[in-house]
Design a protein around this ligand. Structure first.
Ligand code: PA5
Length: 356
């Protein structure tokens, strides 16, 4: 199929990307280093002990909470949940830490959940680049972490995830995170050298994947407790950057339902590019499940690509795969002749809602 752009021509890539999504992606490791510094500089303490953590946010601001939930699932005795709603669950109260996260600071669901947290007597921390959330937190004396503005929320994942993790560390809810964070950032730095716009398609896995996904439907399968958020992120980034359909699911659950849905419609299944996101952290039985799943259904779809996370820690592996997906979605956008940055339909919807 003919492409609208040559992925090996950096000039063409820059021209097709006026919002500079690829530049923002190249800056992710540095963004992570800055996020560590600004979160470490913030004093945060509360008199009470915590029984639960709720991250409340939407879209690009909520996904950091999902990464936190997966990480905490392996490292913390306190459950972390992500709330994408106007209200908090009924259990929220004095022993709940609520992280209200909104990149713009103006997302109505998050502002409403912030008020609900206050009404329920929960401990609040706000993470934002400004907007109404920053105003409210300042007025209420709520600890406020301000991150730099000017990015698309989904390009600010370092700023939106790392401070939340460091807040949990400061409150003793996860063990020290410095070595995992260093491993993650070093891995991103190494990967950045393979994925950047100057690297030829023959050596650049993100460009290769973008070609594979072109005019196909990517279906991303991750694993509960390790790459579940990463798989969701791939889907979201293909939706928002490439403006294209994509789906995700997780093992082992999908072995109990979605795997059966690979018989019909046969013609459409031949347009599906399956991706398995794998890590050494996956349960040994899940490793077997991947192998057997591929054996059983591999020839019913267009193709199956298995990708392993890089780095020494789960955190590094989750984010190395995420970085690959982010770059892939930006290159795919450019293949379609689409500007990766604007999300006109989200803006339109928010504007229409503001009128009613
Ligand atoms: O990627 C996007 O632009 C959206 O998913 C936003 O993150 C979402 O609409 C919420 O906005 P904000 O991140 O400013 O709270």
């Amino acid at each position: 199929m003919e492409h609208l752009i040559d992925l090996n021509n950096p000039e063409q890539l820059r021209k097709g990307d006026p919002g500079q999504m690829l530049e923002a992606l190249a800056g992710l490791p540095q963004q992570c280093r800055e996020a560590v510094k600004l979160a470490r500089a913030k004093e945060i303490s509360f008199p009470q002990t915590f029984q639960h953590v709720v991250v409340t946010g939407l879209g690009g601001s909520a996904i950091g909470g999902d990464f936190l939930r997966v990480y905490a699932g392996q490292k913390s005795r306190v459950p972390v949940m992500v709330n994408r709603d106007y209200q908090l669950p009924l259990f929220a109260g004095e022993h709940t830490l609520v992280l209200a996260v909104s990149y713009s600071g103006n997302t109505e669901e998050t502002l409403s959940a912030y008020e609900d947290a206050k009404a329920k007597g929960a401990a609040l921390v706000a993470l934002t680049s400004g907007g109404k959330l920053a105003e409210k937190a300042q007025k209420d004396g709520v600890p406020l972490i301000i991150i730099p503005a000017g990015l698309q929320p989904r390009a600010a994942t370092g700023y939106l995830f790392i401070p939340s993790l460091i807040v949990l560390e400061k409150l003793g809810l996860v063990p020290p995170v410095t070595s995992d964070l260093e491993d993650m950032i070093e891995t991103l730095e190494k990967m950045g050298q393979k994925l950047s716009i100057d690297i030829d398609e023959t050596k650049n896995p993100a460009k290769q994947l973008a070609k594979l996904f072109y005019h196909k439907i990517p279906v991303i399968w991750g694993v509960s407790g390790t790459t579940e958020t990463t798989a969701m992120r791939w889907k979201g980034q293909i939706n928002e950057n490439s403006k294209a359909l994509a789906y995700f699911n997780v093992l082992p659950e999908l072995n109990h339902n979605e795997i059966v849905g690979t018989e019909a419609p046969e013609k459409l299944l031949k347009e599906v590019e399956l991706v398995f996101l794998r890590t050494e952290d996956d349960h040994p039985r899940v490793q077997k499940r991947f192998d057997i799943t591929k054996e059983i259904i591999g020839d019913r779809v267009s193709g199956v690509t298995e990708i392993w996370g890089e780095g020494k820690s789960l955190l590094a592996r989750m984010f190395s795969l995420t970085y690959l997906g982010d770059y892939t979605s930006a290159y795919l956008a450019l293949l379609y002749g689409i500007d990766p940055s604007p999300v006109h339909l989200i803006t339109l919807l928010k504007n229409k809602l503001a009128e009613v």
